[in-house]
Design a protein around this ligand. Structure first.
Ligand SMILES: [Zn+2]
Length: 181
């Protein structure tokens, strides 16, 4: 498994691409979320450390196959139109979620789980932004990088990249920069 794989609007995955090593994330948010085995191991380490600070994080979305991505893309397209959809969700074949290496993180406060824009500016997210690299993750769609990533700020979306995470974080680089340097 290549943990540095680049998937974006220009670097696409085949419809038939299904990653190896998918396991059940055992998320309390939803049953049946699959992610890469090593990604789960690293997420669990991060979650344990978050817990020590009183933060309760979990995975609300992991691996999505091509057909599923196609379904949610078409649904949003119908509801919100192309301009909104283009910056908000990946077209099928261009989603990192198809690699099994990307996770969307939700935050529990008591029994309530907060997702997507609800988690913005929370203590938990600030901690993840500045510490997830220690576990091999990067914030994939940072603030003020919309023109370069092609996506709106997504404080909940983290991508496992392995040992280059620290380098990218410390130099404020996108995964794209790693491939163009
Ligand atoms: Zn995501």
């Amino acid at each position: 498994m290549d943990y540095k794989i680049l998937v974006n609007k220009d670097n696409t995955l085949d419809k038939s691409y299904i990653p190896d090593d998918l396991v059940d994330a055992l998320s309390s948010y939803r049953d049946g979320i699959l992610i890469n085995k090593l990604v789960l191991k690293q997420f669990n380490l991060m979650r344990e450390d978050a817990k020590k600070l009183g933060y309760n994080i979990d995975i609300m979305s992991g691996y999505r196959d091509y057909m599923y991505q196609e379904a949610i893309y078409n649904k949003l397209l119908k509801e919100k139109g192309f301009a909104y959809t283009f910056r908000s969700i990946a077209k099928p074949g261009t989603s990192e979620h198809q690699t099994g290496l990307a996770i969307d993180i939700c935050i529990y406060k008591g029994d309530k789980c907060y997702i997507e824009h609800e988690v913005e500016d929370s203590e938990e997210i600030n901690w993840l932004i500045n510490n997830s690299h220690k576990y091999g993750f990067i914030l994939r769609y940072p603030k003020n990088m919309e023109d370069r990533t092609g996506y709106n700020y997504e404080p909940w979306h983290y991508r496992y990249v392995g040992d280059i995470a620290e380098y990218l974080y410390k130099n404020n680089l996108l995964l794209e920069d790693y491939f163009s340097s």
